[in-house]
Design a protein around this ligand. Structure first.
Ligand SMILES: NC(=O)c1ccc[n+]([C@@H]2O[C@H](COP(=O)([O-])OP(=O)(O)OC[C@H]3O[C@@H](n4cnc5c(N)ncnc54)[C@H](OP(=O)(O)O)[C@@H]3O)[C@@H](O)[C@H]2O)c1
Length: 275
């Protein structure tokens, strides 16, 4: 299977690292970036062929041509231009996979040849450590085999969940934005520790390693977070005092409201791109 990664920044770079770790042959993958400097740095880092559009304006078209899967990993505002650019170079069976937030399947399909299989994904940054979570929505012309081909991209970097496209805003609110909620928790715990009299550096380190350790405990599929929480919450103990205080103050409502804001913003961005 030939794979072309158009754009090789944080997200496509993490997907590529996972694919190579899972045993993908480096010679079956090529990538493009904009600048020649980025191309050389990425070649050195990943050991695959990377072409720059700065040096060769045909780089995206050349890479897309003959690929079985073409992964669009540029910033959202460039995605539709990139679709237009490669439209004439794709083989009819090539699956176009977008990792861009907010660009609807229909908007991409409108720039591509009729019937081109298009898949939209919502990955998250834990992909960079092999613990990513990916929502994947397949367009109407995508066969099961083609959807599997798209999902296989994430084999070494994360877990894929197939959803209808209209659920991707909710997926963005849970797993897309979710890593930031965990980082915010670590920030706020550090501030709380400082308020209790700890040195700022120590409070930051305690909070960081605690959130990281708890994340590791949650990493096994099927683990129940409520069961883990109950296991560290003795009746009338210190943890129960904190958890009761959080819940009485409305933490559940606050989180649900924040996630509703995230999903609403995601839907708004999609509407902007849908024109
Ligand atoms: N980061 C996240 O948390 C996250 C989460 C979910 C989804 N995403 C999605 O992932 C996509 C990429 O984000 P990112 O954070 O990986 O961005 P990034 O690190 O800025 O990478 C963008 C890449 O696109 C390249 N590029 C720019 N113009 C190009 C062109 N005309 N042809 C080919 N390559 C070109 C850049 O090359 P140069 O280095 O030479 O400029 C760079 O390699 C976005 O659409 C975003 O919505 C990101």
């Amino acid at each position: 299977m030939k794979i072309a990664l158009l754009g090789l920044g944080n997200m496509n770079g993490a997907i590529l690292a996972g694919m190579l770790a899972a045993g993908t042959e480096p010679s079956s993958v090529c990538a493009t970036v904009h600048s020649e400097d980025s191309a050389r740095a990425a070649e050195e880092r990943h050991g695959i062929a990377v072409h720059s559009t700065e040096r060769n304006p045909e780089a995206n078209r050349n890479s897309a041509s003959g690929a079985d899967v073409v992964v669009l990993g540029v910033k959202p505002r460039y995605i539709l231009t990139l679709c237009r650019e490669i439209a004439g170079s794709l083989s009819p069976d090539a699956v176009v996979v977008s990792v861009a937030a907010g660009i609807p399947l229909g908007a991409m399909a409108a720039q591509l040849p009729e019937g081109q299989p298009v898949v939209r994904t919502m990955p998250n940054t834990p992909l960079t450590v092999g613990l990513g979570t990916v929502g994947l929505a397949a367009g109407p012309s995508v066969t099961e085999a083609q959807a599997d081909r798209a999902a296989a991209l994430f084999e070494g970097s994360g877990t894929v969940h197939r959803v209808p496209e209209d659920q991707l805003d909710a997926v963005a609110a849970v797993s897309g934005s979710g890593p930031a909620y965990a980082f915010l928790l670590a920030e706020l715990m550090a501030a709380g520790g400082e308020e209790l009299g700890l040195d700022a550096g120590l409070a930051r380190e305690l909070a960081r390693s605690t959130v990281a350790g708890a994340g590791r405990m949650l990493a096994e599929p099927g683990v129940d977070p409520a069961a883990l929480r109950r296991a560290v919450t003795s009746p009338n103990g210190t943890t129960e005092a904190a958890v009761t205080s959080f819940l009485d103050a409305g933490l559940a409502r606050l989180l649900a409201d924040g996630m509703r804001a995230s999903a609403a913003r995601s839907a708004e961005i999609s509407r902007e791109f849908a024109g």
